[in-house]
Design a protein around this ligand. Structure first.
Ligand SMILES: Nc1ncnc2c1ncn2[C@@H]1O[C@H](COP(=O)(O)OP(=O)(O)OP(=O)(O)O)[C@@H](O)[C@H]1O
Ligand SMILES: Nc1ncnc2c1ncn2[C@@H]1O[C@H](COP(=O)(O)OP(=O)(O)OP(=O)(O)O)[C@@H](O)[C@H]1O
Ligand SMILES: [Mg+2]
Ligand SMILES: [Mg+2]
Lengths: 264, 264
């Protein structure tokens, strides 16, 4: 079971759009996918057409220890794709967790319990991919997302501020790897909202490739208004505009990720 | 002295770009402006060409009570425009402040002391406009920014997720007004990154005007790549591309704000 956090403390760079559509693409390719919404704004939950804060619990109840992860997973309209929805109360979780022992590993522990109990009860892992959507900060919610993951995809808008934040982000990932989660690896940097007509975008992409050689995905997610329209219909890009650039780009990214899977 | 927080918990909607360029526009129109960077990512500080975490202190030292606001203000290349720079340590301030008495009003108190001591020492207010750039969250840093302000400008990207967050944002502003800062008013909602060619943008703008009648600025900030290029040169849009749509739009916004000033 691959566990991947999609991260960037810079806001509005394509994190939620990536988790929703990469998740849907992997699900269409037959992988069993669970996406986890760690953002109090519940954008991922809304994107997939689920009402935040429903009866069955949320990532908030997982973090407070009130419910196991299994109890919070809801089906989406997409086959093979389940969601651990967010809840507005999640905004208070950072302060509530502040004095908890092992506050950085609460989500990781919940995923471990879920995985272990599935293997014991059914003899198999509960999913092939777990994708975690992080809020735009380096607070406890994002740290929980990173520590629960084994891999990180950095969503990167190809603009100045987003590039500036990269150094700090890589520092934080290295620190968490050294101190808490030795298996954590930067799987790749994903150019998002990419408009090749803009000199700024081409220059930033060239800079990132120079500073992080070999760590930038071949796939790029091009700027495509269909990706911004799909969330208002509560569905992924594949249901909303299957032939669009956005659908092609996220499907290509899914194939690139699958290509990295160890030979089973 | 007008105190205005530029706010939106949704990330990447144009908050920093607005504080930097609106501040520069007001300064060019002869107003004495101070901009305050409350984001640990220090994007506003970088935008104005200042190195974050310099010797003279930062918003972090103001929040921890180690330095008065006056000691942290630095000049920028723009006449009439001073900055209270950010510092990476600001990321830890939310947890550090968590158990402080009156944790929501630390910045407000610092601004009050600065204003009062200027009136006593020089017989006049220290500035005409104070603009506060908030990080993309509803945590203590943003709350301090809102409580320190008397007015709020909501930067709004005209897309689905940004629109969704508006209800929560207005709730928080109302709550702070009732409980802590009775003078807090929503001055206006500012359409940012606006591309009138996109149906999504036109529809979202129409929705916002319907739900918040009379509270949307006449001025709109159009999508303009020059606004995204200027930060990498450490200057406002007026030094980088004075004839651009971005420069025209922020100058128009500054005039609209000045037009709201009570007859002096
Ligand atoms: N490739 C794309 N083309 C066009 N629009 C996009 C694309 N990717 C994302 N968007 C839109 O851009 C905005 C920002 O994307 P998104 O919300 O996914 O970013 P985020 O990093 O999750 O933001 P936050 O930091 O607030 O969580 C959204 O309105 C989204 O619909
Ligand atoms: N009107 C505009 N036209 C084109 N690009 C813009 C415009 N306004 C902002 N940008 C660019 O869009 C990105 C997001 O803007 P900005 O960083 O100001 O938003 P923010 O709300 O401050 O983000 P955060 O939530 O991360 O603090 C930046 O790369 C910025 O340069
Ligand atoms: Mg998001
Ligand atoms: Mg900003």
């Amino acid at each position: 079971m691959r566990r991947i956090a999609v991260m960037n403390q810079k806001g509005g760079v394509g994190k939620t759009t990536t988790v929703a559509n990469l998740g849907a693409a992997l699900a269409r390719l037959g992988r069993r996918v669970v996406v986890i919404d760690m953002d109090p704004q519940a954008n991922l939950t809304l994107h997939l057409g689920v009402e935040p804060g429903g009866a069955s619990g949320s990532t908030y109840t997982v973090l407070t220890g009130d419910a196991p992860l299994t109890g919070t997973l809801v089906a989406t309209d997409h086959e093979n794709l389940r969601l651990a929805p967010s809840h507005l109360d999640l905004a208070g979780a950072e302060l509530e967790l502040a004095s908890t022992i092992g506050r950085e590993t609460v989500l990781a522990d919940a995923i471990d319990v879920w995985e272990r109990s599935s293997i014991e009860a059914e003899g198999s892992e509960p999913a092939d991919y777990v994708l975690i959507d992080c809020p735009p900060s380096l607070g406890l919610l994002s740290v929980n997302g990173l520590v629960a993951a084994r891999e990180v995809i950095v969503a990167l808008q190809t603009e100045f501020f987003a590039l500036q934040g990269m150094t700090k982000l890589v520092e934080v990932v290295d620190l968490l790897k050294r101190r808490i989660q030795p298996e954590l690896e930067l799987t790749g940097i994903l150019p998002c909202l990419y408009d090749s007509r803009l000199k700024l975008a081409r220059e930033v992409l060239a800079e990132v490739r120079k500073y992080f050689p070999g760590r930038v995905f071949e796939s790029k997610i091009r700027l495509n208004v269909k990706l911004a329209e799909a969330p208002s219909y509560g569905c992924s890009i594949f249901e909303y505009a299957a032939g669009s650039k956005g659908a092609l780009d996220y499907m290509q990214l899914a194939r690139e990720l699958i290509g990295q899977e160890p030979e089973s």
